[in-house]
Design a protein. Structure first.
Length: 277
């Protein structure tokens, strides 16, 4: 009886499996095309066949073309700083909102930031560009501040539900012992938010590393350009060396892909826990 129950609970859903395979192909096929194209000659580009000769020098040529070390360093600085500042600020805002949802002002803040998620970026793109220029923040520091601010709505939505699931009795016990609100957050709440912090950190890193539009409208100094901006050189109508371009795309994708592979379990668990109400 036990074996029958076990087999019944672990039956394979072939329809769902087939759907998963089909959806996986939408990612795997373009990835395969990118890899094989990056290793071909320009004359061979555009087909799904394997290269007749493996052109590994395309990666070195692409690195020199876009000045990959400098662009990667700029992207790394912006990404790391954006992640750190986002975790230090957005989680504390989420804590303040989650513990005061019974007050009208904090409820207004919560729904205000959530509503901001639905505003199309092109609507605010030009005002942001003009404002950052007027404040002399058209540099890496201003870009980092934008990532920290514009991501607040999503991060607030993810973190608030998780914080409200933490028993307030933990904070009350610490307050009886003389702990301040600031100390309670950093010593008790913030460590308990590790899954959520990992999720917010990875999502912010993916956004900051891969983003093209914000750096394009904010950064005015070419020496500060990120990898997506540096790769814009391949988007010209006169650029026909697709293998070199695809090699550059793979080099840009590799660092953040490695980070995500090792941290994906925290992303999934964090999103699931953040859905708790």
């Amino acid at each position: 009886m036990k074996d029958k129950t076990f087999h019944k609970d672990h039956r394979i859903n072939w329809w769902l499996t087939a759907l998963t395979v089909v959806l996986s192909l939408t990612v795997l096929v373009p990835l395969y095309f990118t890899i094989v194209t990056a290793l071909k000659t320009p004359a061979e580009a555009g087909t799904f066949s394997l290269p007749t000769s493996w052109q590994w020098h395309n990666f070195a040529d692409a690195s020199a073309k876009v000045d990959y070390p400098r662009a990667a360093l700029n992207s790394a600085i912006i990404t790391v700083a954006a992640v750190v500042l986002t975790l230090l600020t957005n989680t504390f805002v989420a804590y303040a909102v989650a513990r005061n949802m019974d007050k009208r002002f904090f409820r207004f803040l919560y729904y205000f930031f959530i509503a901001a998620m639905f505003v199309p970026f092109p609507v605010v793109m030009l005002p942001i560009a003009k404002q950052m220029g007027a404040w002399h923040l058209d540099n890496q520091f201003g870009l980092i501040l934008l990532y920290m601010t514009l991501g607040l709505g999503t991060n607030l939505f993810i973190a608030t539900g998780f914080i409200r699931s933490i028993p307030p009795s933990l904070e009350e016990a610490a307050r009886v012992d003389g702990a301040s609100t600031w100390k309670i957050f950093w010593k008790i709440i913030f460590p308990l938010m590790s899954p959520i912090n990992a999720t917010i950190g990875i999502l912010t890193a993916l956004w900051a590393w891969n983003d093209f539009l914000l750096p394009l409208i904010v950064l005015t100094d070419q020496s500060n350009q990120t990898i997506p901006l540096a790769q814009y050189v391949f988007s010209s109508q006169f650029a026909t060396n697709y293998p070199m371009a695809f090699s550059s795309y793979l080099m840009a994708m590799a660092p953040i892909l490695i980070v995500y592979i090792f941290a994906q379990r925290w992303v999934v668990s964090g999103v699931m826990r953040g859905a708790v109400k």
